[in-house]
Write a new protein. Structure first.
Length: 162
């Protein structure tokens, strides 16, 4: 993860011009001011780049979480579908057994097996679905730390302006 620098880089601003020593104090002051503005623009550009990279990293992390849980939702839906089909088959077999109990031939082993398999698949799919849904609902899509840092920087800048 990319971290923004916590302190400004150490720089020394010198009023001495190594090329020409015969500048007036106003020109030197103007050169110092321009150098300071240039440095400020450079630092602001670096800060903006680092904050952008942090937001990108956080967004990528959130996207990975969402895609992983979306896959889990898909798999659990397939498992739930399979469980529902097996439970329906078990219901059909159960009704058939009830009819057999009323005087028809009996094959209770098939009904019990279908009920156990269908119930197990249905319970497993439900557990996976609920966990993935809970994780997705609990996650936030906005990059939290980057937004907090931008707000802190905004507040700091407003304090300095006052």
């Amino acid at each position: 993860m990319i971290e923004a620098p916590t302190e400004a880089p150490d720089r020394e601003y010198s009023s001495a011009d190594p090329i020409a020593e015969d500048h007036s104090p106003e020109e030197e002051s103007e050169n110092d001011f321009m150098s300071l503005l240039s440095s400020l623009a450079s630092d602001a550009s670096l800060w903006l780049h680092q904050e952008t990279e942090l937001a990108k990293a956080e967004f990528a992390q959130k996207l990975k979480l969402i895609s992983n849980n979306a896959i889990k939702l898909l798999v659990s839906t397939i498992i739930l579908g399979a469980g529902a089909i097996v439970l329906l088959l078990a219901f059909v077999v159960g009704v058939g057994l009830a009819l057999q109990w009323m005087g028809m031939a009996a094959l209770p082993a098939f009904g019990l097996a279908a009920l156990l398999v269908g119930g197990t698949l249905f319970i497993a799919g439900t557990i996976i679905f609920k966990r993935a849904k809970h994780t997705l609902l609990a996650s936030e899509l906005l990059p939290g730390r980057a937004a907090e840092r931008l707000q802190e920087t905004r507040n700091w800048a407003l304090e300095k302006i006052k």
